[in-house]
Design a protein around this ligand. Sequence first.
Ligand code: RIB
Length: 298
Amino acid sequence: MIVVVGSINLDMITTVGRLPGPGETVRGTGFATAPGGKGANQALAAARAGAAVRMIGAVGKDSFAAEALALLRQGGVNLSGVREAQSATGTAAILVDEAGENMIALAPGANDSVLPGDLSRAAPKKGDVVLLQQEIPLATVQAALDAAAAAGAMTVLNTAPFFAETAGHLGKADFAVANETEFDLYCEALALAGDDRAARMRAYARKTGRAIVVTLGGDGVLAATPDEMLSVPALKIVPVDTVGAGDTFCGYFAAGLGAGLPLREALERAAAAASLACLKPGAQPAIPLATEVAAALK
Ligand code: RIB
């Protein structure tokens, strides 16, 4: 079982020719809404990878909630741990430009009401993988890392969005997954030394005794464990929309670990899934099925 404790949003996506600068207005070329939120996206990715998934989170008692949960329901994610909160369903205002690059502003709403007490509805067991991000209160993320460790469950922590104050608890996760920007910022916070990123990743693995995975967009993925350094390529694609690609990686990666795949294979499958997720607009609508990922890897 993959247990995801995380955010659920409704994404408001406007496509633009180019992203605006501060104080600038640009004309949009299209608009759509789609289910999103890093937690929900990762839960759906793990389910599409073939895992049994349980989601712990919160939505508002409003008209956005049903749409925010629609694809998770369709995907067979167990939503018994998703609560209705007094505040509004989380939303993300997303701009996507012609090159598939994006800007996101988040209104957390109900996600801020996911508290350590909610973990009683998660009850991870040995053999489970607990998958976390940082779009819910950080105290809940820390409590979930502790609860998972106490239960003997494996933990994967996606370090998005970046918060310097979480540097101290990164090493509690069996696998921390960061993008290159996040990892570079954590290197400063953790005073990790080394001539290049790979050396600093090795320093992280030595210091914490845990693994770090750094996603590099079109350049693939690097992973450092206390014992080995792995490099996995991305698929050669022309991106349409990169929103949710990192979430697709994390969900597939957690599902691969949960299924007992060797680390390299779990990384390869996740990297291919993340590449495919860049070929369609929207976060959740773009997450590929396991059969599509298998076909792309052949
Ligand atoms: O990682 C992409 C996600 O970030 C979007 O779906 C949006 O909801 C924000 O949480």
